[in-house]
Design a protein around this ligand. Structure first.
Ligand SMILES: [Zn+2]
Length: 71
């Protein structure tokens, strides 16, 4: 499965998000089409560089509980 770039237009967040993790690229208020295209290109580049595993800390627990040995 590959990650996908998805557009989110909500009350608290507007911008590009990853379909697989919590990665997000917030959109500023853009006045022109040229600025929008530049923003979209930057979002695409940043999106391709990010790693879903490192963005979502819940997937890899750092400590595995060891069962207590009772005598
Ligand atoms: Zn991701």
């Amino acid at each position: 499965m590959s990650k996908r770039l998805i557009w989110v237009d909500g009350d608290n967040f507007t911008g590009w998000c990853c379909s697989h993790c919590t990665w997000g690229f917030s959109a500023p208020h853009l006045e022109s089409t040229v600025a929008t295209l530049a923003f979209n290109r930057l979002a695409q580049e940043t999106f391709e560089k990010h790693s879903c595993e490192s963005t979502n800390p819940a997937t890899t627990p750092t400590m595995i509980p060891i069962p207590l040995v009772t005598i």
